[in-house]
Design a protein around this ligand. Sequence first.
Ligand SMILES: C[S@@+](CC[C@H](N)C(=O)[O-])C[C@H]1O[C@@H](n2cnc3c(N)ncnc32)[C@H](O)[C@@H]1O
Length: 1011
Amino acid sequence: MTPKNKPEVRSRPSPGKVSTARVPRVLIEEWLPAAAIGVECIRERSTGQQPPDKRLHVWWARRPLTVSRAAVLGSLLPADFPRDVFERLLGFGKPGKELVEIRRFMDTGIRLPGGFGCDRAFKRGLLPGDLAYARECAATLWGEALTVIDPMAGGGSIPLESARLGFLTLANEYNPVACSVLEATVDYPFRFGETLAAAARRWGETWEERISIRLGVFFPPYRLAKIHAYIFARTVPCPDTQHETPLVPDWHLLKPKSGRRVVAEPIVDAKRGTWSVRIREVGRGAGQLGEAPAPTYSDGKGVSLFTGRQIPADYIKAMAQAGKMRSRLYAVAVKRPLGGLDFAPPEPADLKALDEAERELARLRTGWERANVIPTEKIPVGDKTGEPMARGIVMWADMFTPRQLLAMGVLVEELRRLRPEIVKVEGEELGEAVVHLLSLVLDKFVNYNSVLASWHAPRAVMRSVFDRHDFAFKPTFAEMPSCNAGAGVAWSSDNVLEAFDSLARLPRNPESGPVTVSLGSATNLPQIIDGSITAVVADPPYADNVQYSELADFFYVWLKRTQGHRRPEWFSTYLCEHDEEAAVNISRHREDGSKPSKKGKRDGSTSTAKAKAHAFYQDLMLRTFRECRRILLDYGVLTVMFTHKKQEAWAALFTSLIRAGFMITATWPVKTESEHSLHQAKKNAAQSTVLLVARKRPARSGIGYYDSAMEREIHERARATAERLAREGLNPVDQLVGCFGPAMEVYSRFDEVRTDIGEPVAVDRAIGAAADAVSAWRIERLAGSGLEGVEPEGRFALLCWDVLGAAEFRFNEAKLLGHAVDMDVDQLVVAGLVTKSGDKVQMLSARERRRDRALEPEEVSETLFGTVTERKKRTKKDVQRVHPNDPQFRTALDACHALALRYLEAGKGAAGIGSARALIRQQRWSKDSAVARLMTALVQAAPMALRHDRGKKSAAARFPEFLAWHSLLEPLFGIEPPDWSEKEPPQTQLFSGSEDEDIEEGEDEADEEEE
Ligand SMILES: C[S@@+](CC[C@H](N)C(=O)[O-])C[C@H]1O[C@@H](n2cnc3c(N)ncnc32)[C@H](O)[C@@H]1O
């Protein structure tokens, strides 16, 4: 290391000496109504009512608008900005605390008439006075030239909200499809407003008419009714008979949770080697089928309809790759005149139309390929493309049946023909924007017009190609008629143009202007000069969560043909560029990534490729953050959104930021998914989006020492933050995550942190210290009289129920909490508290821990207290169990379980209490014993779902010990238990003046793209 770049070594700086005094703290560094923002984010996602940006075009991992707005606004406003004005600017129709209260109440499972009693935040108008005041306050901090950038803007939630607030906004993105979506989302609504939607509607109708003229004949009406969807099965030749046999994983056509179930029943004509279907209802009535026909496809393997024999997965793939996988129309979903659907087998006219469409495509195909109408680009080898490629889908045009491809070709051709007319009438600028919107209509349609779109029997709707983030093979698929009978293009057009119209009408600052969109890698933003940006608000991709460019190619090949002319600089490449894409994509790092071997597997070691892919991603993130540092004002703010539960992910992100020259100043978890699952206490699955705030660390901040002073400061900060977050209504797991930021601030003030003897200290250590501090504080809160004498096992169980609120959680969460009580997960397994399977850790109930028989006194010392050596391979036999009649108990937790078992096994009530009382007498457990203190704390920590028995399958029925302990506290120890009676709804005035047309409670999470 040269003296020049050698970090300045400080001799034992006392924490807090690195001055940030000239940088006034911004709001998001000091406070945020995070719980209420979470409530609004969940409201945003309710079914069928997603915000319009989400309905305009597919983009993956889009963020809710409310959290995006909070990130932008919180990064620009001073910390002393008034709470009520801030909440109004976020669009809250009620004070945040009330929103949280209402949500909490709904989560108990009670429906509230009128829902929240106010519109969802993103829909609510902005008061001019509030906007002016915010601008004035922001200008006091930053001056008038205030600029926000999202360097990885994706579908544009962040820039949209920034622009709606009236800030000068830039949106950069690496992917051209996203850029195209961004232009329509964050530029056009501000530039053209509703005029564009109206013009696009007019031209859309002309386009549809012309399409119908050419395609109508290929979509005959079914007995004059309208067709909702055609349902197909993929077929392969039966290995024994060579007859075409279908691969159908479920013959249901209609399979609601309750009500009429309808199936297609295959009828085989073995002599002729053909099959057809009969439509049957499932049930016990006359003429009904007792149960659905057996599936003919499962786990990649088939079953021949003709022989009943299994068809191996390799055979199916080989047939597909040899071009012998075909598709067969077997049912038609027909719209009833008065609503609802009927199902029917295809008529001869339907089958004839398919043949004719195939012939028509064959007639046009060569010309279309020459004129670049249909996508003949090869599908690249990738992490997500393996599945279709293994099924013989090797070019993008193969994603379609002949009729689907014919429809797509006609759509492209007619749009191209229409373009000069549109431009002539509307002028270049508006005209090209109209063509652009119509190309998004085509994209909406193509998402439902491919062999990867499917039929969803539970809700009787079509599912788009991207109902998941991949190209999963669909053994059965559905086709949306493009025109005439079912008018799929018209539906797509309505959908997209309505979304655009709504976008243009979203309330916004009248001074808002269009966002400037740029294509490029966030690692290099040459158009932006050094130190010119006030706030960078970024939502980077996380590792391999989404393979953006691989998925986006599906749309790229069409957008390039429909509107690529507008932006040749974006659409001149063969497919989406990915050299600089921030993703962990293993295929790109295999030694010979381009050449699949004969077996379809690629060469090169997976583990090496994986390591390279991770290193590449990490480096890209580092370079991105360095570029963010370059463009930021010296005292500018970087706010990063992040959704990941794994601690390694946190550590990696913190490390990149710190290495790029940032110091972390805050972290805010915002619950963006409903906590229903938490309340079922099964899985701790709800996602939080974390907002992480960072500032430029002054150059040459030197080395910090991880000594007791630093650790103490981390503990103090973490604990103080957790206390504050608890007051603000955040749940314990979010309190834990929320304390990472302030703790990190202590650690990240320095270029490097080392131990006394000069060894580098990784970020994890500081995260661990923060988690320990919060855990200790949570335990203190739960156990008023302390947990002296309670073993780590009891503390661990307590923390899991309190912090994670669920019986199942991830390994890393268990590890984090285990660390706080000095136990690793393996020790917990041996202690018989949890089971581990892959990444999942499951808490065991008292019943699951019960041994068949009680121990004899002479077995006690070996069984309960015998040593389990570290080196010995632990077997099931080592796992500690408990019996209510054991003469002795190893831990206070075992004792609590034994008491609960006694109570339950004696039939609860007085008998149960008597049996448990006999045990405490025998063991001399008093009110002050560790057993009584732990039991009290466990009752305090019990998640809502464990407090009320709601039937056999409820969490309370699986863990009945909580209700048992609750009943035992008073009679055994004279300790008054907490009130677990069901609460009345909050005061009715909270819900008066309801504007809410919808009641969110109980609604599923929205499917992004569903008819
Ligand atoms: C999580 S998404 C952003 C989603 C966005 N906030 C929204 O709500 O729609 C991350 C984005 O980063 C983009 N990206 C990946 N690598 C990039 C790079 N090197 N430069 C800029 N953007 C990149 C991806 O294409 C993706 O759109």
